[in-house]
Design a protein around this ligand. Structure first.
Ligand code: ZN
Length: 242
């Protein structure tokens, strides 16, 4: 159910799908739901309503600096260091990394995979990984960068959040080949999150979970591009200041 309350910054942010495994290491990680409305900046919704939701999100995070980006289905991960306030919309990037606690990061999602990566030292990374980002191994980029922040792969917690499931996501033979290296002669289904988990394991990650939620199967709770939605939910991550 879409929230139609457009009365401004008093909007509450209730609907969250919490990513497991992070609270115990002082990291807040969740995906927003349809209940709180869309965060998409290109949906045709009145800009004031969308901005009010971003404002409410920041408020709910204690006013923390919030990094986002114009997403281009690439493998670029931007590293954010403290020393600024407000809401950043970085140029073309699909990944964010914060070496220190206190910086919130957000990716917009509607079938692609929000990949949450955290370490107990407070280093975090958050990725938007669709088929292009997955084929380009954006997760390898993030894991490599985290290793330089004293967060080696074997100590990372990884969660693939709500995204289109392996039964719902049918791709062309070209895309299937790009993702799996295998050739098929007709459109074929592929499980992006299973692939990302495989890539993470190959990089040395041990603690990996995958959400049971599918944006398309659970379309009453999440926006889905393939189901025809123009709205977008957010994957959000922040290591609490310590
Ligand atoms: Zn599904």
């Amino acid at each position: 159910m879409a929230a139609e309350n457009s009365s401004g910054p008093a909007q509450r942010l209730d609907g969250r799908e919490v990513a497991p495994g992070f609270a115990a290491i002082g990291i807040s990680a969740f995906t927003t739901t349809r209940e709180v409305g869309s965060f998409g900046l290109q949906s045709g919704e009145p800009v004031g309503e969308v901005f009010a939701r971003w404002g409410a999100l920041r408020e709910s995070l204690g006013g923390a600096r919030l990094a986002s980006a114009r997403q281009v289905h690439g493998a670029t991960v931007v590293r954010h260091v403290p020393g600024w306030t407000g809401w950043l919309r970085a140029d073309d990037a699909d990944g964010h990394l914060s070496p220190l606690p206190g910086t919130a990061m957000a990716v917009t999602i509607a079938d692609c995979v929000p990949v949450f990566i955290g370490h107990r030292n407070g280093a975090t990374a958050l990725l938007h990984s669709g088929w292009r980002g997955t084929a380009a191994r954006i997760i390898a980029e993030a894991v490599d960068l985290l290793a330089k922040e004293n967060a080696p792969a074997v100590e990372l917690v990884v969660h693939c959040g709500p995204a289109i499931c392996g039964r719902c996501y049918e791709v062309s033979p070209d895309v299937y080949a790009a993702l799996t290296g295998k050739s098929v002669d007709r459109p074929t289904t592929v499980d992006l999150r299973a692939l990302i988990a495989d890539h993470a394991r190959a990089l040395g990650v041990r603690e990996i979970t995958i959400s049971e939620r599918c944006t398309r199967c659970d379309n009453d709770r999440f926006f889905s591009h393939r189901a025809g939605d123009t709205g977008r939910q957010l994957g959000v991550m922040m290591a609490e200041p310590r």
